[in-house]
Design a protein. Sequence first.
Length: 166
Amino acid sequence: MKLEHEDLNRLIEKISTSDIQEFLLEGEDFKLKIKRNVFDQNQGINNLVSNTTFDKQIITNQKNINDNISVVNEPEAPQVAPPGRSDLTEITSPMVGTFYRAAAPGEEPFVEVGNTVKVGQTICILEAMKLMNEIESEFNAEIVEILVENGTPVEFGQVLMRVKQS
């Protein structure tokens, strides 16, 4: 079995988007072993490649591999909220996920700036591991700022909105 450069790139890409933590492929003249940390999915292919070990050289031109891998876009750094007013309360993300302002594309957002929300009212959805988690207001308040764009990945503790409690 011969593993070509393009085949290697496709294999790495497929594994980086899957839940596979370890992968071993052996041929007549090579052994490819890939290990990665699933909990660090934001590192994607860069993490996968940095943890990849080759027992035998399978491609003679290592520079070409590095050049092709560097083409992969690295994830953007999470948005940092600008400093807020002291009279406002920050609503932060309770988990890593994707922020959604509405229940589905094309539907009205749960809240807009200027809206008043009550305790228990849904203010956004965070998608994590294909589960939609409704985030509810913990207090009666007026939405003053929405700091995250719809469909944007968010980190744990990232400020999503600022509200003025009533």
